[in-house]
Every structure is written in C-alpha cells, then in structure tokens.
Design a protein around this ligand. Structure first.
Ligand code: DGP
Length: 113
C-alpha cells in the first residue's frame, strides 16, 4: 500500500484523529495553515473528488456530514471556516487520496494563490 492516507486509515502511520465513522476519518494536517487545519478523508481509496462516481452519493453525504461534525467539534461553526479540496496538478493536489481541508480559527484571505 503506497498511499499515505490509506496507511493512516489502516493505522500504519500515526495521526492525530479528531473524528471517525465507518466511512470517514478526520485527522490534523501535518503542516497546518490555520489554527485549525483538519483533513477529512474517505477510508476507502478514492483518488480525488473528480474520481467519485455515480454510485458514490452515500459516501459524498458521509464526507460532507463528517466535515460539519469536525467544524462543530472544533468550535468553528459560529465564526465560519473554509473547506478546500485540491484536484490534480493545477489544483495543487500533493496526496492522491481524496481529502477535504477544513480550515478555521483565523480570518482567511480570498482569492487563494
Ligand atoms: P494537498 O496538497 O491538497 O494534496 O494536501 C495534502 C495535505 O496532506 C498537506 O496539507 C499535508 C498533509 N499531509 C501529507 N502527509 C501527511 C501525513 O503523513 N500526515 C498528516 N497528518 N498530514 C499529511
């Protein structure tokens, strides 16, 4: 298994987990870009958002629900936060396993670089 996030999901690489369900896992980013920076991933390997198929509606629901649960647990819901998923080279994706960045705890600039 050469996917780093699959290895985190399998507990082969330690991570600071903040939420988990049967389908979804959330853990703190190794290189945080905001006071709160959590990655929400499917346990199953999916290369990116672009690789989600027509049968993945339930998984997409679980991922969005996981994002909301993380935001609430991290105390971000009231002041707001940002959810980002990078796709492919131009999108700046460096890990080829679908993940949503949940960023908050400071005012975030827009547009991104
Ligand atoms: P992206 O560039 O969108 O593919 O984001 C990948 C993120 O994954 C990046 O912010 C750093 C984080 N990351 C990479 N390897 C690890 C790891 O082994 N553990 C954790 N917690 N985060 C990682």
């Amino acid at each position: 298994m050469d996917c780093v996030f699959c290895r985190i999901a399998a507990d082969e690489i330690p991570s600071d987990r903040v939420f988990e369900s049967d389908e979804v896992l959330a853990f703190r980013d190794l290189s945080p870009q905001a006071p709160t920076h959590v990655l929400v991933i499917p346990r199953r390997h999916v290369a990116s958002l672009d690789a989600l198929g027509p049968d993945d509606g339930e998984l997409a629901h679980h991922l969005l629900q996981g994002i909301r649960e993380v935001a609430a647990a991290e105390g971000l819901s009231e002041r707001g936060y940002r959810v980002v998923t990078n796709i492919g080279d131009d999108g700046g994706q460096s890990v080829g396993h679908l993940h949503f960045h949940v960023l908050g705890g400071r005012r975030l600039a827009w547009p991104p670089g």
